[in-house]
Design a protein around this ligand. Structure first.
Ligand SMILES: CC(C)(COP(=O)(O)OP(=O)(O)OC[C@H]1O[C@@H](n2cnc3c(N)ncnc32)[C@H](O)[C@@H]1OP(=O)(O)O)[C@@H](O)C(=O)NCCC(=O)NCCS
Length: 171
């Protein structure tokens, strides 16, 4: 097993990160058609390269990568704590590197860091194909939001990681 290093995505990673990210979004989300993907990658309120540049500069996201031999092989993009919760927008592992524990490592890092920051629950959305994956990693399937974003049926999953405490979520 390769040595996988999980760390924050930095500005110097942006070019590589965005080339991989946009390619993965195009090829690994069969639930989104081409028009939806183009919207996600080109709309100024969505996931453009410039938006990621700003997010990295201003540190407004929890954005981490899994590096093998200094090459990005996976990424996780989540919101910082908000009233005790953190929402993960993207978790993607390079197709050639899947099923080697990289997704699990990225989720673990998110969980550990959010726990330190006082988050008591993580949540994310997924289409049907990944429900078992997240359940295996301790998430609970909350339910299905029919015709959610882009009109696509979406499952919500959550994981409580500690007891909610006012001193954390009210600060
Ligand atoms: C879903 C994804 C992130 C998983 O990452 P990964 O690095 O391949 O997963 P891991 O190696 O960490 O898997 C951890 C465990 O789950 C299992 N697993 C992996 N994919 C699975 C799946 N789709 N369904 C059920 N179990 C799965 C693995 O076999 C492993 O089990 P083990 O610990 O008993 O060996 C990856 O497949 C991916 O990027 N998919 C395309 C994009 C995507 O769907 N992202 C999620 C959006 S919600």
């Amino acid at each position: 097993m390769e040595d996988v290093k999980i760390r924050k995505i930095k500005l110097e990673d942006l070019d590589d990160f965005y080339t991989l990210f946009s390619n993965w979004v195009r090829t690994q989300f069969p639930e989104y058609d081409e028009k939806m993907v183009n919207y996600l990658l080109a709309n100024k309120n969505a996931y453009t390269k410039e938006n990621y540049r700003e997010k990295i500069k201003k540190q407004t996201r929890f954005l981490i990568g899994a590096f093998v031999n200094n090459k990005i092989t996976g990424m996780l993009d989540a919101a910082p704590p908000n009233t005790g919760l953190s929402f993960c927008s993207w978790l993607i592992v390079d197709p050639d590197m899947q099923k080697r524990g990289i997704g699990k490592k990225l989720l673990k890092e998110w969980e550990e860091e959010m726990k330190k920051q006082g988050v008591h629950a993580l949540y994310l959305v997924s289409d049907d194909r990944n429900i078992t994956y997240y359940e295996k990693l301790g998430f609970t399937h909350i339910g299905k939001f029919k015709k959610a974003w882009f009109g696509v049926d979406t499952n919500y999953l959550s994981k409580q990681i500690q007891e909610p405490r006012g001193e954390n979520y009210l600060k």
